[in-house]
Design a protein around this ligand. Structure first.
Ligand SMILES: [Zn+2]
Length: 149
């Protein structure tokens, strides 16, 4: 069953077979750009020459069956995969280590410096060397304690 509307007062209702004539699509002219795109897709569908049963096919899977995974993969937005993703999201790591790595890669570790950037007045001193302000760069790269590791 088809139930489409191309603006007020111009509904298209009927069976799919109502839009087929002599094994060709007989689709009405429409104003709606969305319907025009849908009809273009429909015209690409080959009409079988022999009689067969109608069936529902999910175009996002190879066997035509619906899965919520394939629907989710189609609608979700994804960012390009970063090269370090497999290092962090590794089954050999404990989840807390993965999350720590993700937070470190995104500069989201709760250092004194990041807390100060949120407007909280805080006197900071690296707890390892006791000399510099505690920041991510200092802890992992510049601290004399880190250099010794
Ligand atoms: Zn330090």
């Amino acid at each position: 069953m088809v139930d489409l509307e191309d603006g007020p007062g111009s509904p298209f209702k009927g069976k799919v077979s109502d839009f087929i004539e002599n094994h060709h699509w007989k689709l009405p002219n429409v104003r709606s750009p969305l319907l025009q795109r849908i009809f273009e897709k429909i015209r690409d569908i080959k009409i079988p020459l022999h009689a067969c049963e109608d069936m529902c096919l999910w175009s996002l899977s190879s066997d035509g069956s619906f899965s919520s995974k394939s629907a989710w993969e189609d609608i979700r937005s994804t960012n390009p995969k970063v090269p370090w993703a497999t290092l962090i999201w590794n089954k050999k790591l404990q989840p807390r280590a993965s999350i720590f790595g993700w937070r470190m890669a995104h500069g989201k570790l709760p250092t004194d410096e990041s807390i100060q950037k949120r407007g909280i007045a805080l006197v900071s001193r690296c707890s390892l060397c006791g000399v510099e302000v505690e920041s991510m760069d200092h802890i992992f790269l510049q601290c004399s304690f880190a250099e010794g590791l």
